[in-house]
Design a protein around this ligand. Structure first.
Ligand SMILES: Nc1nc(O)c(N)c(N[C@@H]2O[C@H](COP(=O)(O)O)[C@@H](O)[C@H]2O)n1
Length: 156
């Protein structure tokens, strides 16, 4: 059965980039994967650090979406990999949510955003669901790197 997520307050809310699961990446601490993703739009400028330091992922998203400053030129080419990087690190850092992701087996995971047709499935389900796809890729990867060894009960 397809697993839908969107709000951090609902089931599987930990799959959202707005969930409070911070991590270290590129030598800095990021309060959420949304902070990391939005800041990368302005990497190498003071605005990236301003985004990293805001209190909530909602503020980070708002600042990242403002078009008063130019986006990095290669954004469209690099944005999927940046998202992948953030999601991998988030689920490598937090065992509890890694277990939740692994517990979804081979089910399809969909970001059920009514407004986002790129990262989510959009209002009519026709969106690309790139965040869901990345979560499924990361799940496959973690299955290998964190699988339980049935012979001795240790975690690889
Ligand atoms: N909660 C929420 N509100 C929105 O308005 C959204 N678009 C999303 N989707 C998330 O937005 C992030 C990317 O946004 P931009 O590409 O910067 O517009 C990403 O985290 C999506 O999962 N979520």
């Amino acid at each position: 059965m397809t697993i839908y997520f969107y709000s951090t307050r609902e089931q599987y809310g930990c799959f959202s980039n707005f969930s409070s699961h911070g991590f270290e990446l590129d030598g800095l601490y990021w309060p959420t994967s949304e902070h990391y993703f939005q800041a990368q739009k302005f990497v190498g400028t003071p605005h990236a650090e301003q985004i990293r330091l805001v209190k909530t992922p909602k503020d980070a998203a708002r600042m990242g979406r403002e078009r008063t400053r130019p986006l990095r030129q290669d954004w469209e080419q690099v944005k999927d990999n940046i998202m992948r990087h953030a999601v991998v690190r988030k689920f490598q850092t937090h065992t509890d949510i890694r277990d939740i992701l692994l517990s979804t087996g081979d089910e399809e995971i969909v970001e059920n955003s009514p407004i986002d047709f790129y990262w989510g499935c959009g209002a009519d389900g026709s969106g690309k669901n790139m965040l869901g796809k990345i979560l499924m890729e990361v799940r496959d990867m973690l299955r290998y790197t964190h699988s339980t060894d049935a012979d001795n009960g240790t975690v690889k």
